[in-house]
Write a protein that binds this ligand. Structure first.
Ligand code: PLP
Length: 385
């Protein structure tokens, strides 16, 4: 039996061997409570510190700027629903700027803030999914306290001009957060060159297990915890530390720090080959990328197959695993807010497939995938005629 071809790395990644080994080692040797001062606790604490240093190295920050959390959803919620109200000092007329294409873990907290009286601006994007820094500047009000602009979009792969936006934000004294869940491991991410105050990291998007992530908090940037309890992580995120998950995240961080410079170009070449081959086999006018591939993550291809519904296409594929939209919230059957934001109508959106490649994708897998998709497409076309 031929193996399945996984092209859904933006939904989640397999867990790398090194991450698995780090987790097992932590369970066997670092099972103590890192808060205890005896030998078992000291070893657990050492593993937590090592993980912190590895994550810090990956994004070029200090270990004390890393707050481990359960994942990107918690990190994003902490920034919007805990840090912003703290900065606003109870003034609910404070203003937040974000974009129309954020993940629901930013959009829904923003909606909650509006219910509480806060003001929010959702910036529009262009046809490639890019936010315009000038539009950002124009949206600033005297009451603007925070901006949350994702570094790369999960559905389109579009990379946002966060550095330019952070420069503007700084001039106006506005705190800036970026959700880098999709960027980490795919492109180099450096908080110094980005100039952000807060940055979200999701372990399972770069070969660590689910249930672990980080919030980067720049030294001296305001912070207010989401949870209250013991003093773990300086009281910033109480709760006994999940040492094996942290150790696995640290191992993955170290791996991607080493591989990102090679993997990015390798995946880009493979992604472009994939797109070219799909066009060649199915027809250039029938296979259309939704956004420019020049400003996207190297691994992502959001593409329309004219005349067929993507869910039918994917269910006819024997080997390919991919998403019709954003896999993490696919239960919501409505048109993706991201595809709508770049101007696609319901029909065009329903023809869209998001392919996302990763570390274990090779040329052979791409060729099998193209054969599979071509056959599925032609069968669907035949059924309709
Ligand atoms: N932010 C982005 C850009 C994402 O793609 C995702 C997940 O797909 C999240 C946040 C939420 O991640 P998690 O479900 O791991 O909390």
């Amino acid at each position: 039996m031929m193996k399945r071809i996984y092209l859904d790395y933006n939904a989640t990644t397999p867990v790398s061997r090194k991450a698995i080994e780090a987790a097992i080692h932590a369970m066997e040797s670092g099972w103590g409570n890192p808060g205890c001062t005896h030998e078992a606790g000291i070893e657990a604490k050492r593993l937590v510190e090592l993980a912190k240093e590895r994550v810090a190295r990956m994004i070029n920050c200090h270990g004390d700027e890393i707050v481990f959390v359960s994942g990107a959803t918690e990190a994003n919620n902490t920034v919007l629903l805990s840090i912003l109200p703290h900065v606003a000092k109870g003034s609910t007329s404070s203003h937040l700027i974000t974009t129309e294409i954020e993940h629901p873990s930013v959009l829904n907290p923003a909606i909650r803030l509006m219910e509480l009286g806060y003001k929010c601006t959702f910036l529009k994007v262009d046809k490639d999914g890019r936010v315009d820094p000038q539009a950002f500047e124009a949206a600033i009000r005297p009451t603007t306290r925070l901006a949350s602009i994702m570094l790369a979009n999960n559905e389109l792969g579009t990379i946002e001009p966060v550095r330019e936006i952070a420069e503007i934000a700084k001039r106006y004294g506005i705190l800036i957060h970026t959700d880098a869940s999709q960027a980490i491991g795919k492109i180099p991410v450096d908080v110094e060159s980005l100039g952000v105050d807060y940055l979200t990291i999701a372990g399972h998007k770069f070969y660590a297990p689910k249930g672990i992530g980080c919030l980067y908090v720049r030294r001296r940037a305001p912070f207010f915890p989401m949870f209250f309890g013991g003093g773990q992580i300086g009281g910033r995120r109480p709760g006994t530390e999940p040492v094996p998950l942290m150790a696995a995240l640290g191992a993955s961080a170290e791996e991607v720090s080493q591989t990102v410079y090679e993997e990015g170009p390798r995946q880009k070449a493979l992604r472009d080959y994939f797109y070219g081959l799909l066009k060649e086999r199915i027809g250039g006018e029938r296979v259309l990328a939704n956004v420019s591939l020049e400003t996207t993550l190297p691994n992502t291809l959001s593409v329309r197959f004219k005349g067929v519904e993507s869910r039918n296409l994917l269910s006819k594929c024997r080997y390919v695993m991919a998403s019709t939209g954003a896999a993490c919230h696919e239960v919501e059957a409505s048109v993706s807010h991201v595809l709508a934001a770049i101007g696609l109508g319901p029909k065009e959106a329903s023809e869209t497939v998001r392919f996302s490649l990763g570390r274990y994708t090779d040329k052979e897998a791409i060729e099998i995938a193209v054969n599979d998709i071509e056959r599925a497409y032609m069968e669907l076309k035949e059924e309709r005629s």
